[in-house]
Design a protein around this ligand. Structure first.
Ligand code: PXL
Length: 272
C-alpha cells in the first residue's frame, strides 16, 4: 500500500469519443500522478467528426457528485469544463461554496470556460455566459479562455499582444484572481504565446506551435495539468508553466483517430 496521492476533481462533460472533456481531464490527472474524480455535467454523443447530441445532467445530481467526493475523499484542486446551462452553473457554485472549492475557499478552482467544440458544436447555452461573468469568474483562482471564449466573455476580438493584455485586464476585473489568455488561436504567430495576469504583472509564456490538426482536448489537457500541479501544492505561476510544458508535449504526441480530428495525448509520460 502507498500513500494517498493528491486529489483533483473535474466538473465537466463526457466526450464519448474519449478525446476531450472529462476523459481528457482524468487521463491528464493520472499522468500527473494525481487521483482524479469527476462530477459529470452533460453527456455528449460525440466522435472524431463532431457532437450529434447532448444530454444535460440534472443540476441537483451535478451538485451531489461534488458534495459526495468533497465531504468524503477531499479535493486538493478542482477544475470546470463544459457546464452547459445556467442552472448547472448555479448548482455547482452552491456546492463549491459549501465545500470550500473556489478562490475564497481552501481549494483552488481552475475555470476553463468551454463554449464550443473545435467543430463549432455549441457546448454552452448563450444565456449562461452571464453566470460565468457574475458567478464563476469571481470564484476562479484561474480562468483559462481561448480567444473565442475571450470574445464571448468580454467582447474583445484579440489579434495581437496589446489586445491580449486588454482582455486579461477585463477578465481580472470580473473577479478571477489569475487570468491565462491563451494565444493558440493567433495563427499568424509562429509560436504559441499565452499571457498570464494577476492584476499587477503580465507574464508571457511562449511554447512551440506544432503542425498538426489533431488537437482535440488540448484546452482540457492544459487546464487539467495546471489543476494537477495546484493539487500537488504548486503556486499558480509554477502550475501554469508546468501545464504549458505538459500540453506542448501532449500536442507533439497527438495521434489520428477516426475520420476527423484526433486527440492530444499524455501517453508520452510512459516513455519518459
Ligand atoms: O475541448 C473542450 C470540450 C470540453 N468538454 C467536452 C467536449 C469538448 C470539445 O469537444 O466535447 C465534453
Amino acid at each position: 500500500m502507498t500513500e494517498t496521492p493528491a486529489r483533483a476533481l473535474t466538473i465537466a462533460g463526457s466526450d464519448s469519443g474519449g478525446g476531450a472533456g472529462l476523459q481528457a481531464d482524468l487521463r491528464t490527472f493520472f499522468a500527473n500522478g494525481v487521483h482524479g474524480m469527476s462530477a459529470v455535467t452533460a453527456v455528449t454523443v460525440q466522435n472524431s467528426v463532431g457532437v450529434s447530441d447532448v444530454a444535460e445532467i440534472p443540476p441537483s445530481v451535478v451538485a451531489a457528485q461534488i458534495r459526495a467526493v468533497a465531504t468524503d475523499i477531499g479535493v486538493d484542486a478542482a477544475k470546470t469544463g463544459m457546464l452547459a446551462t445556467t442552472e448547472i452553473i448555479m448548482a455547482i457554485v452552491a456546492a463549491c461554496d459549501e465545500t470550500g472549492i473556489g478562490a475564497s475557499g481552501a481549494t483552488p478552482l481552475v475555470v476553463d470556460p468551454v463554449a464550443a467544440s473545435m467543430h463549432g458544436d455549441q457546448l454552452l447555452r448563450d444565456e449562461a455566459l452571464d453566470a460565468y461573468r457574475t458567478e464563476l469568474l469571481p470564484r476562479a483562482t484561474l480562468v483559462t479562455p481561448n480567444l473565442d471564449e475571450v470574445r464571448l466573455l468580454v467582447g474583445i476580438d484579440v489579434t495581437d499582444g496589446e489586445q491580449q493584455r486588454a482582455a486579461a485586464k477585463e477578465l481580472h476585473a470580473l473577479g478571477a484572481r489569475w487570468v491565462l489568455v491563451k494565444g493558440g488561436h493567433m495563427h499568424h504567430d509562429p509560436d504559441c504565446t499565452d499571457l498570464l495576469f494577476d492584476g499587477t504583472e503580465f507574464t508571457e509564456l511562449t511554447g512551440p506551435r506544432f503542425d498538426t490538426k489533431h488537437t482535440h482536448g488540448g484546452g482540457d489537457t492544459l487546464a487539467a495539468s495546471i489543476t494537477a500541479a495546484l493539487a500537488k501544492g504548486a503556486s499558480v505561476p509554477d502550475a501554469v508553466a508546468h501545464g504549458k510544458r505538459f500540453v506542448a508535449r501532449s500536442v507533439e504526441a497527438s495521434y489520428p483517430l477516426g475520420a476527423g480530428v484526433g486527440p492530444v495525448s499524455p501517453l508520452w509520460v510512459l516513455d519518459d
